[in-house]
Design a protein around this ligand. Sequence first.
Ligand SMILES: Nc1nc2c(ncn2[C@@H]2O[C@H](COP(=O)(O)OP(=O)(O)OP(=O)(O)O)[C@@H](O)[C@H]2O)c(=O)[nH]1
Length: 364
Amino acid sequence: MTEQDQQTKAQQLRLRRTLWGVAFQVSTALVVFGLYLFEMLPLTPVLIYMVAIALTSASFVTLIRTGRNLRFTDPSMTAAQIVAPLWPAILVMFFVTEPQVRTAFLLTATSGLVFGMFALSRTGMLMLSLVIVGSYLLLLIALSVWAPERIDWRIETILVFAYTAVLVTISYLTSYIAGLRNTLREQNLRLNDLVCRDPLTDLPNRRSLMEQLAQETSRIDRRSTDRQQLCISMLDIDYFKRVNDTWGHDVGDAVLRKVGAILTRSMRKGDFVGRFGGEEFIMILPESSLETATMFAQRICQTIADAHFAELPDGEKITVSQGVTEYLNGEHIDATIKRADDALYEAKHAGRNQIIIKAATTPA
Ligand SMILES: Nc1nc2c(ncn2[C@@H]2O[C@H](COP(=O)(O)OP(=O)(O)OP(=O)(O)O)[C@@H](O)[C@H]2O)c(=O)[nH]1
């Protein structure tokens, strides 16, 4: 999967989560409206609550849809999404006439905090908890000044303690979950490496090469221009069996590693090289004409022929043969590889240490 694809997927996930949050806000707004219908809340805070919730929800969705959230350290805006509905909720809690309803509403309005468990660090969660408890304490102070008849300090003290205990527990659970997520991420990376890398040369393996080719070709096919913009070169080390037979398998392995390293070093940004199997490599050269690809292949042949292989006796050289071809829009990728393989075969038969180029011919 390309970086672009990964980012698109991550943005889709963020948008989905945010829309879940919006759905949750809508349900809290219904509760607020219910409070108004049951005459436990005046109209003005209800309206302010609705407008604030609508504006903040629309802002989060817009930020994700326009990609502006990517500028933030946390593009999911987790803390902001939890805190934003808090103050409109505090306003509702100030005006609500029944203290019991206030308690219930506090739990509803801050239950979004649980989402933070999957995205925030323990410190982040503790800070967020502090903001919530601090805001609630400010609310109690405001109530004791302007509406002391709506507050029972004994109940409120118990509530604040109980709520703080719950928040601290959630924060500690968060660090446990964060640890599990890190382990999972590392294991996924290792697994991905095992599936996609060749352990000897540390280059992408055949599976990875095929995936990359499929991606590049579908990108070209989507653009639907007549010009081929993708070339591949299939490269094979000459007389490699002799290397193994004469100096041993370990030396053969070292030669493979060194050739892999030379190829990696020689790639431009956007090119891709992998080990296709045995002593065969494939180079994928996007945005390259056949002429450019040929020049590149010649440079590679020369670099390898000039390279010093420390594991080989002095004066021993390694050469490679290559079959270069272009991708014909719409053709099956196996057809492109077959053409490169045929060209490589011809290069071997023509005496090795050379390149044969095969242009794609439009099928009749
Ligand atoms: N050391 C080592 N050898 C390998 C590896 N994979 C394949 N080989 C060897 O590569 C050799 C390939 O030999 P051939 O296919 O006969 O080709 P060649 O000797 O290079 O001859 P031409 O390709 O015709 O120039 C075989 O001896 C395989 O055992 C590997 O991972 N390590």
